[in-house]
Design a protein around this ligand. Sequence first.
Ligand SMILES: Cc1ncc(COP(=O)(O)O)c(C=O)c1O
Length: 415
Amino acid sequence: MLLHDESPDAVVAREDAFLVKTYARTPFHPRDGKGARLSDADGRMYWDLLGGIAVNVLGHKHPRLQKALREASSTLMHVSNLYYHPAQGILGEKLVRASGMSRAFFCNSGTEANEAALKFARLATKKTNLVALQESFHGRTLGALSLTGHDAYREPFAPLVPGVTFVAPNDVAALEAAVDANTAAIFLEPVMGEGGIIPLSDEFLFAARRVADKTSALLVFDEIQCGLGRTGHLFAFQKSGVTPDIITLAKPLGGGLPLGAVLTGAALEGVVKPGHHGTTFGGNPIACRLGTVVLEETERLLPQINALGAWFETEAKKLPVVDVRGAGLMWGIELDRPAAPVARELLAAGFVVGTAREKVLRLLPPYIVPKKALSEFLDALGVILSRADGEGSPAQEGGGSLAALGMTQNKEKAA
Ligand SMILES: Cc1ncc(COP(=O)(O)O)c(C=O)c1O
């Protein structure tokens, strides 16, 4: 194998030989992009309706992100948390002012943000039990994994952090029964992502706040997937008006670079002291500079996210599907058949989408996605679903009837 060979076959063979087999990757080789478009190694174009799993919210090669990256990388790439640098404080102030929380802590990823939240909750309450939801996803490190409501993810790594109770999403009675005087924190995703795009009801969120207050537990909202504009609000909790004690963020925050954050409210004031927690890379100055751009652009795009989302919901509900759930630009389309073969057909037709659980197509497009992209996607999905076999067909055949609609990939290169 030639080390300079970057053809798709060589890339796959090299990974197969040398990387730990953590991923069952889709045979798709994106190499370039512009806006909501991706192009693969053969120059074929796709609409990117997944955005690197909710990361690339400003699309690819956003001019402001590119400029901020050039400027920030012309000074220091890394400083460490031993010393001061302006970038963390600037982004921290923006996040605090926008959320109404009190302080920010920066890390590198979603799972790390939840680890920090877990430690902070233990420090603040001096309690250890936790309540989370069935089908939740909070990350892969041992603490966050302990809160993740998928048995298949947790079981190979048992024993995990003890004292976690899982309740069904939106089941107020089960939540009230599970939270007691020993509960340190309730962890919720206001809109559950990996669990199949399940919005938590206002009633459930209010109940969580009420029961947390009653038992002196903390309420933690994991907004790693649903936060930072995704649902049409800068923070998903702003729709219900239920204020948590801690918010965790990551995915889009660093503009594509690794960056996570924990926002803490009044209940955490004075609790976390030097030495309790820390990270070498967290709050990297370049990632924070990009984060400031992401936040400013996202605030500007909120009306567009809401308008597109409302239109998309109406249109998607016209398709022969089981359910359409979500808000803003976070949508789950539940099918009557496995979603993975349908996602493969969509890819062959030029649409990058995700899946969640067995039968849900998951859309997390960039906030700059044009209506045309979503409209073409809905047409393509309609064609695929109208096929009689109900099981989808291999990706290579996906372009067949879609070609008639002019939806096959074109060869135009991403600018
Ligand atoms: C809601 C939620 N929490 C936590 C995580 C973990 O984030 P990361 O993969 O950055 O560790 C994810 C990732 O998908 C997520 O969707």
